[in-house]
Design a protein around this ligand. Structure first.
Ligand code: AMP
Ligand code: GLY
Length: 457
């Protein structure tokens, strides 16, 4: 299969690794390649079965804009990933079988629309369906229509509406920018002044809208659901650590670390979320003529009153993707192709590594505020050598005059993923690898999966 992946973060590095996973038995692949119709399907080998059934074998992976880590498994190409026509033309000319869109910006910009219009399978929703992430007010409307439980919320366009809603819901105040804000549009605070200031800032923008929400208490879970517009296939649940510092202190970030699986979840959790959240939303989107094809990220809170939706995203989460895909044994490419072509109902059960995975993000000085860029990052290749650890590159680029030296180019610099027989071992491996990495001013949380691994040991 010839695959084009769009994006350049740690999530896309994880996707690139998973997409380049080849069938379990490469000999069968060659045979299947040269003799179409001669099925090599082996029900006893789920991974091989997936490949043979999809009729796709050896993968050639391209990526734009990519990063130095992704370039180890994919060919970087020069392409404006936000320009739908440019992406569709390139994919057409280069006989691409599947386009996978990582980040939200190209989705909201309508890149999937253009690729779909060119009759190329694309994993990622059209602009209209990506509004589930692009507008929090729209997501609330869909949830109301689909009967999905979420926090009560009021959409406001003036500061006096904001104040009235704050009065209604009380502290802690949850104030959300309606539009995309890279995980930084939400402020949760006990201080009315801070809440008002954030709301005022969001309202300043052209057409600015904010949501004031009921506060949801309880553990958060991210559940990624693949959707082909009708059928939903869930991945393993993960937990993200959104605040910048240990003990959930400091501002919200895009995510500072994540782990999977979640041993404390009730057994039926995933099925329930699929039945009560993902499927009703997917059905509602189809009913409106804007089917959701791609990844429906369900951000959930386990409250005393039951599971509530905190947010939807229209893409894989970062950094949850890093530990989740580290555990996925089924090769990813045929699964995403099935989602892109309306065939998820034919997907055999996904196979998961029994081990646990913990991902820890290394951020640049200043993150999540303005960051110091162009600082050398070293030791990450050494850290990557451990068999049970891999380093996923994000905000790093080659030094312009360098001899291969990489320097920082963004807020989240890399994710270290450790695998282990339990969360304790996985996190010890991730942290001892992290200690080998040197970045002046770099910071990471030291408590990713800490509490849960202590409890389950
Ligand atoms: P969002 O961008 O909507 O996911 O919000 C980012 C983070 O803010 C969430 O992951 C939660 O940690 C927190 N948050 C959002 N909405 C609420 C809420 N209604 N109650 C409590 N915390 C929330
Ligand atoms: N980790 C949260 C997100 O991807 O939005």
């Amino acid at each position: 299969m010839r695959i084009l992946l769009l994006g350049s973060g740690g999530r896309e590095h994880a996707l690139a690794r998973a997409l380049s996973t080849q069938p379990a038995n490469p000999d069968q692949t060659v045979e299947a390649d040269s003799q179409p119709g001669n099925s090599t399907e082996q029900p006893s080998d789920p991974a091989g079965q997936v490949h043979a059934a999809a009729g796709v074998e050896k993968h050639k992976l391209y990526c734009a804009p990519a990063n130095p880590g992704i370039e180890r498994v994919a060919e970087k190409i020069e392409l404006d990933a936000q320009d739908g026509d440019e992406v569709a033309n390139w994919a057409s000319k280069n006989l691409i079988d599947l386009v996978v869109i990582g980040p939200e910006a190209p989705l909201v910009a309508g890149v999937a629309n253009a690729v779909r219009a060119a009759a190329i399978p694309v994993f990622g929703p059209d602009r209209e369906a990506a509004e589930l992430e692009g507008s929090k007010a729209f997501a609330k409307e869909i949830m109301r229509a689909a009967g999905v439980d979420t926090a009560a919320a009021t959409t406001c366009t003036t500061i006096s509406e904001v104040e009235a809603a704050m009065e209604e819901y009380g502290a802690p105040y949850v104030i959300k920018n309606d539009g995309l804000a890279a995980g930084k549009g939400v402020v949760v605070t006990d201080e009315a002044k801070v809440a008002r200031e954030h709301a005022a800032q969001c309202l300043e923008a052209e057409g600015g809208k904010v949501l004031v929400e009921e506060y949801l208490d309880g553990e958060e879970v991210s559940l990624f659901c693949l959707s082909d517009g009708d059928t939903v296939v869930p991945l393993a649940p993960a937990q993200d650590f959104k605040r910048a510092y240990d003990g959930d202190a400091g501002p919200n970030t895009g995510g500072m670390g994540a782990y999977s699986p979640l041993p404390w979840l009730e057994e039926n959790f995933t099925n329930e979320v699929v039945e009560k959240v993902a499927l009703p939303v997917v059905k509602e989107m189809k009913k409106r003529g804007t089917p959701f094809v791609g990844l429906l990220y369900c951000g959930l809170a386990c409250t005393s009153k039951g599971v509530r939706v905190v947010e939807f995203n229209a893409r894989f989460g970062d950094p949850e993707t890093q530990p989740v895909l580290a555990r996925l044994r089924t090769p990813l490419a045929p699964v995403l192709l099935r989602a892109a072509t309306g065939k998820l109902a034919q997907q055999p059960a996904l196979q998961w590594d029994e081990r646990s995975a913990v991902g820890v993000v290394l951020a640049a000085e200043g993150y999540p505020g303005p960051v110091v860029e162009h600082r050398p990052v070293s030791g990450w290749e050494e850290a990557d050598k451990d068999e049970d650890v891999h380093v996923l590159v994000a905000g790093m680029k080659p030094h312009p005059y360098g001899d291969g030296q990489l320097i920082t180019s963004g807020g989240r610099v890399l994710t270290v993923v450790g695998l282990g027989k339990d969360l304790g071992q996985a996190r010890r491996r991730a942290y001892s690898a992290m200690e080998k990495i040197k970045l002046e001013g770099g910071h990471y949380r030291s408590d990713i999966a800490g509490r849960v691994s202590a409890e389950t040991r």
